[in-house]
Design a binder for this molecule. Structure first.
Ligand code: FES
Length: 226
């Protein structure tokens, strides 16, 4: 997937044992997971939007009193923000589920437990039955709703990724059904630079840890879940 260059250089810098430094007037808003009548996540809804800022620092340790922004608490609590995430390309390490019309690529270590992939039998089973138009539609919907990009679905014939269209933006995930705040949802290929100066693979969707507990920093691994 290709991403357009923009005037304001949108970027996220991971600080060593500190916050995410966000630059480039990136829109920031609450993004809430809504569930259907059976309790399965089925929809994202945008909530409060924060005023646009040229630069801001988002809390990564989970302990700021001024969330989502950093208030310096990370130094008092000796936050260990060591980055351990794989730097291999997603497609090179994702497991494939190949169905008649679709291929589902899955890198489980990126799971943010948003649970959109559980509905209607789950994205894997739906992919396996993707010769049925309804299963195909649901598989695509579920993969595209995955905020972390753990799941990426491709058209089997063309090999092309089927991706949701986003603007460069950051979502603060809220998950009221699970009773937790989720990760930082980074959309549309915003570069994320590690503390040691390496830019992670540019992706349309990724989720960054904001509870401080992930074992796959800087990315979310679902550790915020109860
Ligand atoms: S990263 Fe600074 S207070 Fe959390």
């Amino acid at each position: 997937m290709k991403f357009m260059a923009e005037n304001h250089e949108a970027k996220i810098k991971v600080c060593k044992n500190g916050p995410y430094l966000v630059s480039g007037r990136i829109p920031l808003a609450i993004q809430t997971i809504y569930v259907n009548s059976e309790g399965y996540p089925s929809e994202w809804r945008e909530g409060e939007k924060y005023p646009l800022q040229e630069n801001c620092a988002l809390c990564r340790c989970g302990q700021s009193k001024n969330k989502p922004f950093c208030d310096g608490t990370h130094t008092k609590v000796n936050f260990d923000g060591t980055e351990t995430a794989s730097r291999k390309k997603f497609m090179e390490r994702a497991e494939k589920t190949s169905g008649p019309a679709l291929i589902l690529n899955d890198a489980e270590d990126l799971c943010a437990v948003a649970r959109f992939c559980d509905r209607a039998g789950g994205a894997w089973e739906l992919t396996e039955h993707s010769d049925d138009p309804n299963s195909e539609k649901n598989a695509i919907e579920e993969a595209c709703n995955c905020p972390s990009g753990r799941l990426v679905i491709c058209d089997k014939k063309t090999g092309k990724e089927i991706e949701p269209v986003f603007e460069k933006s950051i979502g603060l995930v809220e998950d009221p059904h699970a009773g937790v705040s989720g990760p930082i949802w980074v959309r549309c290929g915003i570069p994320i630079e590690s503390a040691d100066g390496v830019v992670y693979e540019l992706r349309n969707r990724v989720t960054l840890c904001r509870c401080g507990k992930s074992s796959n920093k800087p990315f979310c691994d679902g550790s915020h879940m109860p």
